[in-house]
Design a protein around this ligand. Structure first.
Ligand code: NAP
Ligand code: MG
Length: 402
């Protein structure tokens, strides 16, 4: 069989620990034998980030703007322990944060559904994709403890010095206060990313907030979404037979539980943080969650939602057998390859991505899976494989389908 040719490189962002080990295995067993893989390689492993004063992270994000599609391995976000462990020059920022700041995107997270790993909510037969706004609100807030009685105000000083004031509260005793903000430009980017992703994946889009209580703040989110939808997307949605609607977050939560899945749920920053953890757990396993960053300009960066699986890596270093689930990382590759194929008009690449995903699902459904899934599966004949044997089993399944 001839290897599939590519015309434009993928931006490849390598990472850390156990996922770096998986990265190499996936390439060797599941990609390189079948594709003339073209990538522009950036090593985001912590050692090289430290060596380059983290410039490599910025370069990889700029390359994503240039080529349009990236695939990223999980990376360590340094904390004090990591600074010591890796003897770092400084506590470098989260690579995902840096990349997101450059691409200005929205993160979409969706579970991979397989028979035998059943969601806690029985009627969820299709994935539910969460889109979380990643700027502002409570994550960029100013807070104060109010020690005793006194008046708290919001004060906006215009550039010409004129002031606009609003009383928050006349405190009679101690309390707390918080001031948060968002930007119309950021909300607009968020909305466009969501509408583009809905069009791209041909799924309905829901957006929820608490506009009945927050008549200016949340209502602005609602208005911006509505305006952009009507001006730029209504026609396309109609053509594709998909729907956009806004609903109060209380109503959204109830509808999500009753639904069959198969849509995108756009959430404000805090709602998205909380709801994505709820959905990941309710769908069964963090190791089966995919994640893609979509910029308003239409750049895509695919990755797994989980981290570098540090605990397994330390076992691996000691020569112990590990059973780390590579599926979300494989789906990061297939997502990126499919998008590259779509943009460059390479049908074989898109078909290969479909087949590799199907091979993963079929392998699990045949009862061969990694330990994390074997522990929660409802299949009776389940067998827990180590990482390597699982990847080999996927390769056999893939080869049979090619
Ligand atoms: P983690 O890597 O997500 O792993 C937490 C636990 O979840 C693991 O110990 C394991 O449980 C289970 N798990 C996660 N992925 C799995 C997989 N593919 N297969 C089997 N089990 C899996 O989180 P962490 O250990 O808290 O974080 C490690 C590093 O990852 C941190 O330095 C953090 O900064 C980084 N991180 C990076 C990203 C990213 O790059 N996107 C995201 C999150 C965290 P058991 O140990 O019980 O088997
Ligand atoms: Mg969270």
């Amino acid at each position: 069989m001839d290897k599939i040719k590519m015309t434009t490189p993928l931006v490849e962002m390598d990472g850390d620990e156990m996922t770096r080990v998986l990265w190499r295995m996936i390439k060797e067993e599941l990609l390189l034998p079948f594709i003339d893989l073209k990538t522009e390689y950036y090593d985001l492993g912590l050692e090289y980030r430290n060596q380059t004063d983290d410039k490599v992270t910025t370069e990889s994000a700029l390359a994503t703007k240039k080529y349009g599609v990236a695939v990223k391995c999980a990376t360590i976000t340094p904390n004090a322990a990591r600074v010591k462990e890796y003897n770092l020059k400084e506590m470098w920022k989260s690579p995902n944060g840096t990349i997101r700041a450059i691409l200005d995107g929205t993160v979409f997270r969706a579970p991979i559904i397989v028979k035998g790993i059943e969601p806690y909510v029985k009627n969820w037969v299709k994935p539910i994709t969460i889109a979380r706004h990643a700027y502002g609100d409570v994550y960029k807030a100013a807070e104060m403890k109010i020690p005793a009685a006194g008046k708290c105000e919001l004060v906006y000083t215009k550039e010409d010095g004129e002031e606009v004031r609003e009383t928050i509260h006349e405190f009679k005793g101690p309390g707390i206060v918080q001031g948060m903000h968002n930007l119309n430009s950021s909300i607009e980017s968020f909305a466009r990313s969501c509408f583009n992703f809905a069009v791209d994946t041909k799924q309905d889009l829901w957006f929820s907030s608490k506009d009945t209580i927050s008549k200016k703040y949340d209502h602005t989110f609602k208005d911006i979404f509505q305006e952009i939808y009507e001006k730029e997307y209504a026609g396309k949605f109609k053509e594709l037979g998909i729907e956009y609607f806004y609903t109060l977050i209380d109503d959204a939560v109830a509808r999500v539980i009753r639904s069959n899945g198969g849509y995108i749920w756009a959430c404000k920053n805090y709602d998205g943080d909380v709801m994505s953890d709820m959905l990941a757990t309710a769908f069964g396993s963090l190791s089966m969650m995919t994640s893609v960053l979509v910029s308003p300009e239409g750049n895509y960066e695919y990755e797994a939602a989980h981290g570098t699986v540090q605990r397994h890596y330390y076992k691996y270093l000691k020569g112990e057998e590990t059973s780390t689930n590579p599926i979300a990382t494989i789906f990061a590759w297939t997502g990126a390859l499919r998008k590259r194929g779509e943009l460059d008009g390479i049908k074989e690449l898109m078909e290969f991505a479909d087949k590799l995903e199907k091979a993963c699902i079929d392998t699990v459904e045949s009862g061969r899976m990694t330990k994390d899934l074997a522990l929660i599966t409802t299949l009776e004949n389940a067998k827990a494989l180590n990482t390597e044997d699982f990847i080999k089993a996927v390769r056999e399944m893939l080869e049979a389908s090619l």
